[in-house]
Design a binder for this molecule. Structure first.
Ligand SMILES: *Cc1c(COP(=O)(O)O)cnc(C)c1O
Length: 222
């Protein structure tokens, strides 16, 4: 099926109130343009150079989300183009995005990436680490970033029970952070979880932003 057909089908399946991030990493601008022509405006990329080069040639009303592991030396490069960074996985990165945003005279929306999957390779804070680092005091010092929610991935397994447990843990971490640091703050509202194979479970467990690549654009060629 075509990108347009895939997108239409996905949109009709995703409930209202859930934002679709079309994960376009490794796909050519032509494929993104097909999605754009079908009305898609939010695209997710995982490499800094790729995001910047696509942003430079694609229409300006696109919202670019950075979803991959962000090296500190790439922050300055992507900030002018990015509308949301999903993948803040260390205190150092958070502070750097803060200071670089201030330098540019802007505020950058970010999500705190959680590590709940059992794979060692995944980046992110455990819920406990998150609660140690993100406190009312530390947030008060951040003048260049808005923490607007959390992001996470489930374990890369077929076991639906396990996947559901991981998403529950992400949801629970969101709720804890909300009550500890952002009570009554409407801007803290995003739970980014779910990809092509597990977004339905994620939405079922309270996710309101899904990051879907393969089901829209097909398999990636690395
Ligand atoms: C690549 C990627 C996705 C999309 O994965 P698909 O299985 O292609 O839908 C979602 N989230 C992150 C963080 C990714 O790196």
């Amino acid at each position: 099926m075509s990108v347009k057909e895939n997108l239409k089908q996905l949109r009709s399946a995703i409930p209202a109130g859930v934002e679709l991030v079309a994960v376009s990493k490794f796909h050519p601008v032509e494929a993104l343009t097909e999605a754009y022509d079908e009305g898609q405006r939010v695209f997710g990329e995982s490499r800094a150079n790729e995001l910047v080069s696509k942003a430079k040639v694609m229409p300006e009303d696109i919202k670019w989300h950075f979803i991959g592991h962000l090296q500190t030396n790439k922050v300055r490069q992507i900030l002018p183009y990015v509308s949301l960074i999903h993948s803040v996985d260390s205190e150092r990165l958070l502070r750097l995005i803060d200071s670089e945003s201030l330098r540019l005279g802007r505020r950058t929306d970010v999500l705190i990436q959680l590590h709940v999957a059992k794979e060692e390779t995944k980046f992110g804070f455990t819920p406990d680490e998150m609660l140690e680092v993100i406190t009312p005091e530390s947030v008060a010092e951040l003048k260049g970033v808005n923490i607007v929610g959390v992001m996470g991935m489930a374990s890369n397994v077929d076991d639906e029970v396990r996947i559901r447990e991981d998403f529950r843990e992400i949801r629970k971490a969101f709720d804890m952070l909300k009550s500890a640091v952002f009570p009554g703050k409407e801007e803290f509202h995003i739970i980014s979880m779910g990809m092509s194979h597990d977004w339905e479970i994620a939405v079922n467990e309270g996710g309101n932003m899904v990051r879907v690549g393969t089901s829209i654009f097909g398999e990636r060629e690395y």
